[in-house]
Design a protein around this ligand. Structure first.
Ligand SMILES: [Cu+2]
Length: 168
């Protein structure tokens, strides 16, 4: 099922009221000075929790640590009722994606894929991932998920993952 940007039509659906949305925060703690020095100006915007240097971040990109834990989705596992939407907001300082995949896996960015065990296959996005990228401060609603289990990961930081069970 496609994960799309919020539209007025989606939000007008009776089951997708504000109280019927599950909130997921997309989080990181990037330090703007060292991240911008390594990746280019504007790679990391300043946030209150932006205290992890680029070197400290990269040091966790190995299979033992599985990626820096401050880069995460606020819910690892959650369940919603059919017709309920996920409200996903990026409260971190970097761009992330919240992309439905049929298989968790690597993203094609070698220094970050290094967080996964050797030989991990590529992630398999469902649909067009272009609409699932979130700049800092951005949000999207994921609505219309079919009953069953749906898996989402960041296509930049492959250890950022969540599993959502939709109850029919
Ligand atoms: Cu990410």
């Amino acid at each position: 099922m496609a994960a799309g940007l919020a539209t007025a039509g989606v939000l007008a659906a009776p089951a997708a009221t504000a109280s019927g949305r599950t909130q997921i925060q997309v989080q990181d703690r990037c330090d703007p000075v060292t991240f911008d020095a390594a990746l280019g100006a504007g790679s990391c915007v300043s946030t209150r929790d932006g205290t992890v240097t680029f070197a400290a971040f990269l040091a966790r990109a190995n299979p033992h640590d599985g990626g820096h834990g401050a880069w995460n989705f606020s819910r690892k596992d959650t369940h919603i009722d059919r017709g309920e939407a996920l409200h996903v907001s990026n409260t971190g300082g970097e761009v992330h994606s919240f992309t439905e995949v049929s298989r968790f896996g690597t993203v094609g960015i070698a220094p970050l894929d290094a967080a996964l065990p050797d030989g991990t296959p590529a992630a398999l996005p469902i649909g067009d991932p272009a609409t699932t990228f979130l700049p800092p401060g951005a949000a999207l609603d994921v609505a219309g998920l079919s009953p069953g289990v749906h898996t989402f990961q960041c296509l930049i930081h492959p250890w950022m993952r969540t599993t959502v069970e939709v109850r029919g």
